[in-house]
Design a protein around this ligand. Structure first.
Ligand SMILES: Cc1cc2nc3c(=O)[nH]c(=O)nc-3n(C[C@H](O)[C@H](O)[C@H](O)COP(=O)(O)O)c2cc1C
Length: 410
């Protein structure tokens, strides 16, 4: 038996032992969300011991779970209330079926596309996920190396644990910057200027975090975590808590309440647009009405998103929100989408419904948390390969050929 196989066998044996020992079960007491929502096998027998053993991106979640503190796992997996919108983001894909064509030569398939004139190798980007230091000591820098391997665009969170300068260097190309504007213009302006100076071509304002969140799954896991949170998380007023975060150093934080922006309105978009040369996107648009307002206010692009089911208990999936936005925008600005993308078929459905590209959130941080850079690379490679295979299955050889004739309501 090779060393690696032996290690996996030992680890499985150990996990089986833990699973049978209720008081020691720790992070295993509650099922992973993968298991809860989709009945995916979360048993130690199928736990992967290396990134290349994964059959699909779901395999990374239980693997990451074994490496993480319960509170960190719970925070990542959680939606709001009873996770209804997280579930909806997955089941929404079942409302659409793919229509496959035959007799097309698909020996050569090109997955490349163009967004804002830039060539993307695949229409798959990395959604901004804050605080990636909890998945890997080098956090977003390692995600950047993983994204670089497959040529994926990375969107960096305001809440990044590593600086935009370090992440850009690791990615070897400009990253996009996600902005939590807070309720204070001078803070939004400071963050934006720094991202612009680091070479970010796009700023994506997250507009779906107006309300405080009730994250019950997170709270359940947090309660069973015995770690000393104060050892890493600074307690005290928001000003103190934010001051040491990678993007917030050097910014005047006087009066800040949180990163949340309950007072955000359309005049902020115009003000930001007149301040920066970066393209301004809005992340979190889910209705035709708001898509129309985006056009009216000169927004350069939209990310259809409900924050991975973490911002609202609407129970409405992003894939179901997409068609009304596409028909409002009519190709005038790029429309990206995230929320529950786990399969090549999901990506194909979004493109057939008119999206220009998709983003993924949790899958790549499960990859990061379980196997570091190899995990991120493998998650993105599985999604890219599945997507390429779907293109072949349904008889298209380029992204431009994917249109509404390849999809129907289920
Ligand atoms: C742990 C976690 C942290 C996140 N942090 C941010 C963030 O800092 N800014 C942001 O705009 N969205 C954030 N998101 C939302 C993602 O950008 C994205 O919308 C969502 O994860 C997509 O859904 P998926 O995880 O099902 O792929 C976060 C999501 C998760 C799971």
């Amino acid at each position: 038996m090779s060393d690696r196989r032996e290690w996996i066998a030992n680890r499985r044996g150990f996990l089986r032992f833990l699973a049978g020992t209720p008081l020691l079960a720790g992070a295993g007491v509650l099922p992973s969300l993968t298991e809860k929502l989709w009945g995916q096998n979360d048993s130690p027998d199928t736990l992967i011991g290396a990134a290349e053993e994964a059959l699909n991106v779901f395999d990374f979640e239980p693997a990451a779970k074994t490496q993480m503190l319960p509170a960190h796992y719970g925070y990542t997996v959680s939606g709001t209330d009873g996770d209804e919108t997280v579930l909806a983001n997955r089941t929404g894909f079942e409302r659409f079926r793919i229509r496959a064509r035959r007799m097309v030569d698909v020996r050569q398939v090109d997955t490349a596309t163009r967004i804002f004139g830039e060539r993307w190798e695949t229409p798959i980007a990395l959604s901004p996920v804050g605080g990636q230091g909890k998945y890997h000591p080098e956090g977003e820098v390692v995600s950047a190396r993983g994204a670089r391997a497959g040529g994926h665009t990375q969107i960096l969170s305001t809440q990044t644990s590593r600086t935009v300068e370090d992440v850009t260097a690791a990615r070897g190309a400009p990253v996009w910057f996600q902005l939590y504007p807070s309720n204070h213009w001078h803070i939004a302006e400071g963050l934006t200027r720094r991202a612009e100076q680091a070479g970010c071509p796009v700023v994506a304002i997250t507009v779906d975090r107006a309300a405080p969140r009730n994250m019950e799954t997170f709270e359940r896991y947090r309660r069973m975590d015995t770690a000393d949170c104060a050892a890493c998380h600074i307690e005290g007023p928001p000003e103190e808590r934010l001051r040491n975060r990678a993007m917030w150093t050097g910014i005047d934080l006087t009066g800040v309440e949180s990163t949340q922006a309950s007072g955000l309105t359309w005049d902020f978009v115009e003000r930001l647009k007149s301040t920066t040369s970066m393209r301004v996107m809005l992340k979190g648009i889910v209705t035709a009405q708001d898509a129309a307002l985006c056009l009216q206010h000169g927004v350069d692009g939209i990310i259809v998103s409900n924050h991975g089911g973490r911002a609202e208990a609407s129970g409405r999936s992003t894939i179901e929100s997409l068609p009304e936005i596409v028909s409002t925008v009519r190709g005038r600005i790029p429309v990206l989408i995230d929320g529950g993308f786990r399969r090549g078929t999901d990506i194909f459905k979004a493109l057939a419904l008119g999206a220009d590209a998709v983003c993924v959130g949790r899958p790549y941080v499960w990859g990061l948390g379980s196997f570091g850079q190899a995990g991120v690379e493998q998650v993105l490679s599985i999604l890219s390969e599945e997507f390429r295979r779907v293109m072949q299955e349904v008889g298209v050889t380029s992204i431009a050929q994917i249109n509404g004739s390849y999809i129907e309501p289920a």
